[in-house]
Write a protein that binds this ligand. Structure first.
Ligand code: CS2
Length: 437
């Protein structure tokens, strides 16, 4: 039997919400309702409602694939979060998702949700490439037409014309200064396609920055079987994650927001030091372990970080290359942070595939490695660990680990095959990011 509102009372061995989900209105439309969102923002929202907050149900949007809708809608949006550590697994059933809409056939329903007065927040985990940026960082208008931009523009027009308040656009992706980037890209879209909305957007909407952190490997069939055995119900939308979770949010919303702090989120005035430390240290070390770990024959992060040579490289990247480029906030301890990251990477209960992290390198490497590299260059310092990572990436681009999953795979692959590592390093890595022909 499968989890749903009707079968929920039969679920065993899992913590769960106590609020009346049917009585709650949708307050958030979320683009990219994959495993990460389900283990992170939806989990915080569920616990904020558990703590007494109301009307923050989430309408999830999957822009292209109907797969998540097929996982979640037959379950009335219910799913399980399994938190795993060496000490064991804890399950929680999350009630915060109302429905999943699919962009390809349900654009009208998505715009209606976004335009509804009770919707206050549109949030995003669409991955780095979902923002449709060209190589120079500006908006690629052709790509943007297939993304979330036109849906938001339609909804903004309806809100403005009906005199409804503006939305908060909350980027929860691993981009540097994600709030500002989203504001700029949305502005570029409106300027080109709906210039009459540009000043309404600027005046009425807000795009706070966020730092989001939780390691969420892709769920496997074995994970689903284990969760079914514990729960007594099958769950096609279950997600597996670590116990650790962090969410730092710039407290600058257009209107109301959930009391996510009741679930442990930090609302601050400046996210930059947290975001920079996370991107450059955690994600930077992750990408290093991915490319160098795959080259050394490893499959999972915990295997790569148990390899003494790779661990030393990851330590070096975090402590000697990345940390010195981050201006820490008061109370932010980057030495302790690096210790904690190594321990999280070593979590033996989490099979986090290196190949999953190796995906979309062209979208990730600028904010993970190149900003660090440039900051060190300005201090007259070299970055041997990042250089080793770049060499690992070049091998990856030449197909060393199988077909390359990256929106720029073709262009990068032919560049990588036409040049040796040194030439490629000079050609590709510029002070402003990657230089892609
Ligand atoms: C990872 C991230 O896949 C990747 O590129 O580095 O998804 C990482 O697990 C998360 O950012 C952790 O918060």
């Amino acid at each position: 039997m499968r989890i749903s509102a009707a079968t929920l009372p039969q679920a065993r061995g899992a913590a769960r919400f106590g609020y009346d989900r049917e009585a709650q209105k949708v307050g958030i439309v979320h683009f990219g309702i994959g495993a990460f969102h389900r283990a992170h923002q939806a989990w915080y929202t569920d616990r904020a409602m558990e703590a007494g907050d109301r009307d923050w149900m989430i309408a999830g949007v999957s822009l292209r694939s109907a797969a998540v809708a097929e996982q979640m809608n037959p379950q009335d949006g219910l799913y399980t979060v399994a938190e795993r550590s060496a000490a064991g697994t804890d399950l929680r059933i999350v009630g915060a998702v109302r429905e999943v809409l699919v962009g390809t056939g349900e654009a009208g329903a998505i715009v209606a949700r976004l335009a509804a007065p009770e919707t206050r927040i549109a949030s995003f985990t669409v991955t780095e490439k979902g923002y449709c940026r060209a190589a120079d960082g500006s908006l690629d208008l052709n790509l943007a037409e297939g993304g979330f931009y036109p849906l938001l523009a339609d909804a903004m027009r309806q809100r403005r014309d009906a005199g409804i308040a503006g939305l908060t656009l909350l980027s929860c992706d691993n981009l540097a200064d994600n709030g500002k980037q989203l504001a700029r890209l949305m502005g570029e879209y409106l300027f080109a396609r709906a210039p009459d909305l540009a000043s309404w957007f600027e005046g009425e909407c807000r795009c706070p920055a966020t730092m989001i952190d939780r390691i969420v490997p892709a769920t496997t069939g074995a994970d689903r079987a284990e969760i079914e055995a514990a729960l007594g119900l099958s769950d096609e939308a279950a997600v597996v994650t670590e116990r650790f979770s962090q969410w730092v949010i710039e407290d600058r919303f257009a209107g109301a927001r959930p009391r996510w702090e009741a679930a442990g989120a930090q609302l601050v005035s400046d996210v930059a030091p947290y975001e920079m430390a996370k991107l450059r240290m955690l994600n930077g070390a992750h990408s290093l372990l991915a490319y160098c770990g795959l080259a050394a024959g490893h499959t999972y992060v915990h295997e790569a970080v148990a390899d003494p040579g790779l661990r030393a490289l990851a330590e070096r990247l975090m402590r000697e290359e990345a940390a010195p480029t981050v201006q820490a906030a008061p109370g932010q301890d980057l030495v302790a942070y690096a210790d904690e990251l190594i321990a999280r990477f070593a979590n033996p209960a989490l099979d986090h595939r290196l190949i999953q992290i190796a995906m979309d390198g062209s979208q990730k490497i600028p904010q993970r490695w190149l900003e660090t590299l440039e900051a060190n260059r300005r201090m007259g310092r070299t970055c041997p660990a990042i250089e080793a990572g770049l060499t690992g990436w070049f091998h990856h681009l030449r197909g060393a680990n199988g077909p390359v999953d990256d929106p720029l795979a073709d262009r990068l692959g032919s560049m990588a095959r036409a040049h040796d590592d040194l030439q490629l390093r000079d050609l590709l890595v510029g002070p402003q990011g990657l230089r892609i022909e």
